[in-house]
Ligand binder design. Structure first.
Ligand SMILES: *Cc1c(COP(=O)(O)O)cnc(C)c1O
Length: 357
């Protein structure tokens, strides 16, 4: 039996996708080889590589002048890649601090150049993201960095600020909703939350930005290298890209990102309604910024949380423990998380409350 897996990442994948991968794992389409065993420059893999890029461009309606890259090192390596490539010596980069992931990005920026923290609500409880009005922006900043969804705190940007070069860490909400990519200079996401298995980092970059990189940056660390080589400068993680290909096909078959956004909003609204419907549970994020992906909440009596998580696990509701840095309960309900699992959690919450209140 498949678990209802609420893990924040690596996270649940569509069962259909896993079964498809299983069916062709040992012998990919009559080649006598697994996709894992094939050259990253061969015919079969190349078709998968190109289709994945095309599917992402189609799903997000990406305009001309942008490249879709598959990189490695996770979203965490992008914290360094971005200032290394895009923050000039005499420039300042603006960052918003909305929580644990934003802070990590800020720290890497500070190692490499001048950073202005344009707004800071990283430690506030209830959790939130900055409002567009409260940002204290630098004139002529190299870029403005935001974290579109704080996976740990459960706070999400619903509207994005306008900026000449807006950069977003979308690790935990990429492909969960339609997006106007033309408003961004660069978007990045580790794959293991909403895209596929761990191992690749998706980067969507406006090509002209890549020209800015100083000559001293090593070849493999330049966006330009990966754009020019179509992400094949070195051996790309072929199997994770193949899995991402299957996920993008699944998304298209499900009706694309508008359909996904609706389904995600419905799932999240149900769960927040259940939390708001009683004093026994409290949502962690302010209403306007509540994440549709990571629903974070507390039990008023915090001492019951460990019991909640343990009893839920016995009922096939797995991975509900909040991040170790903040505690509480977190239900991650990405694209692939089934609505039946949300219903099962809501029933469990009511039963748990009846038992302990
Ligand atoms: C998980 C996560 C990261 C880190 O991703 P890695 O791929 O492990 O480096 C960064 N930012 C956000 C918002 C995340 O959710």
């Amino acid at each position: 039996m498949r678990a209802y897996n609420f893990s924040a990442g690596p996270a649940t994948l569509p069962e259909e996708v896993l079964k498809e991968a299983q069916a062709e794992l040992v012998d990919y389409q009559g080649t006598g080889m697994s996709m894992m065993e094939m050259s990253h420059r061969g015919k079969e893999y190349s078709a998968v590589h190109d289709e994945t890029i095309a599917n992402i461009k189609e799903l997000l309606n990406i305009p001309e002048g942008y490249s879709v890259l598959f990189m490695t090192g996770g979203a965490s390596s992008q914290f360094a890649f971005i200032p290394l490539n895009l923050l000039g010596k005499d420039e300042t980069a603006d960052y918003t601090n909305s929580g644990a992931w934003a802070i990590k990005a800020i720290k890497e920026g500070q190692l490499l150049g001048n950073v202005n923290v344009a707004a800071d609500c990283g430690k506030e409880i209830p959790t939130r993201v900055p409002s567009i009005d409260e940002m204290n922006l630098t004139d002529g900043a190299a870029y403005l960095h935001i974290t579109s969804n704080e996976t740990i705190s459960g706070a999400q940007w619903k509207e994005f600020p306008e900026h000449d070069c807006l950069i977003a860490d979308m690790s935990s909400d990429i492909l969960s909703r339609p997006l106007d990519v033309s408003k961004f200079g660069l978007i990045y996401a580790g794959a293991q939350k909403n895209l596929g298995p761990a191992g690749i980092t998706l980067v969507i970059i406006k090509d002209e930005l890549a020209e800015k990189c100083p000559d001293t940056v090593p070849t493999i660390m330049r966006y330009k290298t990966h754009i020019d080589q179509n992400s094949l400068y070195n051996t790309v993680p072929t199997f994770p890209v193949y899995m991402l290909c299957l996920v993008t096909r699944w998304l298209k078959a499900k009706g694309g990102l508008e359909a996904m956004q609706k389904q995600n909003a419905d799932k999240a609204a149900k769960l927040y309604d259940a939390i708001d419907g009683t004093d026994f549970y409290t949502a962690t994020a302010v209403k306007e910024n509540r994440s549709d992906m990571n629903v974070t909440f507390r039990i008023a009596n915090n001492d019951l949380e460990a019991e909640f998580i343990a009893e839920a696990a016995k009922q096939n509701l797995s991975g509900l423990k909040g991040h170790r840095s903040v505690g509480g309960i977190r239900a991650s309900i990405y694209n692939a998380f089934p609505v039946e699992g949300v219903d099962a959690l809501i029933s469990f919450m009511a039963a748990f409350e009846a038992k302990y209140s």
